[in-house]
Design a binder for this molecule. Structure first.
Ligand code: THU
Length: 136
């Protein structure tokens, strides 16, 4: 597989570091994300749970919201880290949230051992509903 044009190792390291801040007293399932913008900025996020369970937010959505709220909407890649030795796969809600900002960017799902699997959003969420679906 061709090497990406950015420092993937660094992005993955940042997702692992972000995981340290996970607030997950209920699931005890830590997740970290590092989101790379097209101009090279990185926004990190972790999952933040709540005693009212359904209010918890995933690491990916947290990172995206941080970026959007600071004026960044063009994304190149996101790395996701957890403590499991399976590739951490973004939930359906996060796929839809990511898809809002284009289908052509890359999702790097990592395992605890450090290996990763790369997929585009288009692959993760085929036949999706997006902003263009509303324009008729
Ligand atoms: N979680 C994420 O933050 N990202 C994922 O990709 C999968 C799940 C969080 C949500 C919840 O806090 C915990 O992991 C268990 O589902």
């Amino acid at each position: 597989m061709a090497e990406p044009s950015f420092n993937l190792k660094e992005l993955i390291s940042k997702s692992i570091a972000a995981k340290e801040f996970a607030y997950c007293p209920y699931s005890k399932f830590r997740v970290g994300a590092a989101l790379l913008t097209r101009d090279g900025s990185v926004f990190t996020g972790c999952n933040v749970e709540n005693a009212c369970y359904n209010l918890g937010i995933c690491a990916e959505r947290n990172a995206i919201s941080k970026a959007v709220s600071e004026g960044y909407k063009d994304f190149k890649a996101i790395a996701i880290a957890s403590d499991t030795d399976e590739y951490i796969s973004p939930c359906g809600g996060c796929r839809q949230f990511m898809r809002e900002f284009d289908l052509k960017w890359e999702v790097y799902m990592t395992k605890l051992s450090g290996s990763y699997k790369k997929m585009t959003l288009e692959e993760l969420l085929p036949e999706s509903f997006g902003p263009q679906s509303l324009i008729n």
